[in-house]
Design a protein around this ligand. Structure first.
Ligand code: G16
Length: 560
């Protein structure tokens, strides 16, 4: 590192002292904490993103968001050149950088890292980092700190993309690195034109619903609602009403949004008796999660949840059906020896009934720990990998090999079997590859794919919801002294430390028919999460409560 670079880092970092007595770590989806203590972390992640851009000689993304967390929190996520999450190899560096106590130590860490990673800083070509934020009030000043971090690496340029959904920023990074047009309007155009294409390919006579059959979307008082208002104007064949767009004065994620709806299973604010029986959906604070729900009756606050597992199942049924039409030996022998490998990725939160259903369809299902970064990595190993967390975070990945095969089939079929069912199935699959965000889970592209598939199948939300019946489940959070004391294994289904807890969970679980229960430290909030499933609601509640009590006794504040 030359002297100019060194003194630039020393002077800029002295303006961002780290908070005292706080240890930050790169969690499930980047750093998250109360916004008031994040200036220095965000500045330092700006440096990391610039180094990543120099190392990869590609565009990198930086998103200021705390997604589903409360409005006073904020956070920062890095998008790698592929548009996916930051490579896990760099997470330890992110941790040490965030916790360096003074400018000298920080510069030393960067010097050592740059040397180990063979990053050539001096005379490097200029590199771009796209920065964006969600609607949190703390976002503006944190984004400024991120820019200062980026500009502390000579040759790195921060491009401020303003307020975006997290998945839009990931999409832009991916598109830019592929050399295609990548503005927000390009994103909306890609989504709306591929959605239109899917509607045009709906078989005639399909019991498709009419436009009056509207979808009502809860925008979590965040960025997703305001962006959906723009996107919906570009759509035909779908009527969307947005509630909780943030303009009505509601608070971000408070009593609204995908996390609230999925965890509490009650009606979000802004919805009521007028919505009984209507198809409703909820986005989270930065629009990377999506769940659907129905209000079954006027007299109850309970909802019927159609969660990420059901979205995954709907996508799997549709993709499988299109593949089987395409592979039928009818007009042309499209089954030319290429075997498309379709895989499903879930986490321990997946409802047991969903996994049974997917296996009954003959699909391969594998499990990873919580966090899109893990699911995405596994899904990328298939020709078509569909991954979803029950909380509504997921997408579909298509391999380059599959895309090349599909394009060749479309060319072949348009010559010899234009307009045939096989040709249409191939065109539908191509439209899905363009509609679904292959960088990361995306509520806006997800909602359009769900809507297109429901219209294609002629299904109501009730019919979709009845694909299988969820096992009753309950999720709780427990505040503990040190959540890092809990270490898990086997895709988070077994507690390894502290000793004794797993045995106690097993003993509780054994008391309930179809009981299943696990605990894990959250990577986005300072809590231990408890998940329980059983054959009845009372049993699931009781199992979750007794395990939560156990966690509190062993690790809570009174246990010390
Ligand atoms: C993030 C991650 C998700 C994860 C969720 C909860 O979502 O991207 O993969 O499921 O956090 O994680 P945890 O249980 O560790 O707190 P989001 O939507 O908040 O970015």
């Amino acid at each position: 590192m030359n002297e100019d670079q060194r003194s630039l880092l020393l002077s800029s970092s002295s303006r961002f002292p780290p908070p005292q007595g706080v240890k930050l770590s790169y969690g499930t989806a980047g750093f998250r904490a109360d916004a008031s203590i994040l200036q220095s972390t965000v500045y330092r992640v700006g440096i990391l993103a610039a180094l990543r851009a120099v190392k990869t000689q590609s565009v990198i993304g930086l998103m200021i968001t705390a997604s589903h967390n409360k409005v006073s929190d904020n956070g920062i996520k890095v998008a790698d050149p592929s548009g996916g999450m930051l490579s896990q190899d760099w997470e330890p560096f992110a941790d040490t950088l965030a916790n360096a106590c003074d400018p000298q130590q920080l510069v030393q860490l960067i010097t050592d890292f740059v040397e180990n990673e063979n990053i050539t800083l001096d005379g490097a070509k200029s590199v771009e980092i796209l920065v964006a934020r969600d609607t949190r009030p703390s976002g503006e000043s944190l984004l400024e700190a991120a820019k200062q971090g980026i500009c502390s690496i000579i040759g790195a340029v921060a491009l401020d993309m303003g307020i975006l959904t997290t998945p839009t920023l990931h999409w832009m990074v991916r598109a830019r690195n592929k050399g295609v047009k990548a503005s927000e309007i390009d994103y909306f155009e890609q989504l709306s034109s591929s959605f239109r294409c899917l509607l045009e390919l709906i078989p005639r006579g399909s019991d498709s619903r009419n436009d009056a059959d509207k979808l009502v979307v809860d925008g979590a008082n965040g960025v997703g609602g305001e962006k959906l208002e723009i996107l919906k104007k570009m759509l035909n064949g779908l009527v969307i009403e947005v509630r909780n767009s943030g303009k009505e004065g509601g608070v971000l994620n408070e009593g609204v949004g995908a996390d609230y709806v999925q965890k509490e299973k009650v009606v979000p604010c802004g919805f009521g008796s007028q919505d009984v029986g209507i198809r409703c959906a909820s986005l989270d604070g930065d629009a990377d999660r999506l769940v659907y729900f129905i209000l079954p009756s006027k007299s109850s606050r309970k909802i019927e949840l159609v969660d990420g597992d059901k979205i995954l199942s709907l996508f799997a049924v549709f993709i499988k059906e299109q593949l089987s039409i395409l592979n039928k030996k009818r007009n042309v022998n499209v089954n030319d020896g290429y075997q498309c490998c379709l895989g499903i990725v879930q986490t321990a939160y997946a409802n047991g009934a969903s996994t049974d259903y997917l296996k009954q369809l003959g699909l391969e299902v594998i499990f990873t720990p919580t966090g899109v970064k893990y699911l995405h990595e596994k899904a990328a190993q298939y020709d078509i990998g569909i991954y979803f967390e029950a909380n509504g975070h997921g997408t579909i990945l298509f391999s380059e090999q599959f895309l090349r095969w599909l394009e060749a089939k479309i060319t072949e079929l348009s010559d010899v079997a234009k307009g045939s069912e096989q040709h249409k199935a191939a065109l539908r699959l191509l439209a899905v590859t363009e509609l679904i965000n292959q960088a990361v889970g995306d509520a806006l592209s997800g909602v359009l794919l769900v809507e297109a598939i429901l219209q294609h199948m002629g299904w109501s939300i009730e019919k979709w919801s009845k694909l299988y019946e969820d096992l009753p489940s309950r999720q709780l959070k427990v505040k503990v002294v040190d959540r890092t004391a809990v270490v898990t294994a086997n895709a988070e289904t077994v507690v390894v430390t502290p000793p004794g807890i797993q045995e106690a969970i097993n003993a509780e679980t054994a008391k309930y028919p179809r009981g299943r229960c696990f605990i894990r430290p959250s990577g986005t909030e300072d809590v231990i999460r408890v998940y329980a499933e059983a054959s009845s609601e009372n049993a699931a509640d009781s199992l979750a409560n007794s395990v939560a009590k156990l966690v509190d006794q062993k690790l809570g504040f009174d246990s010390y």
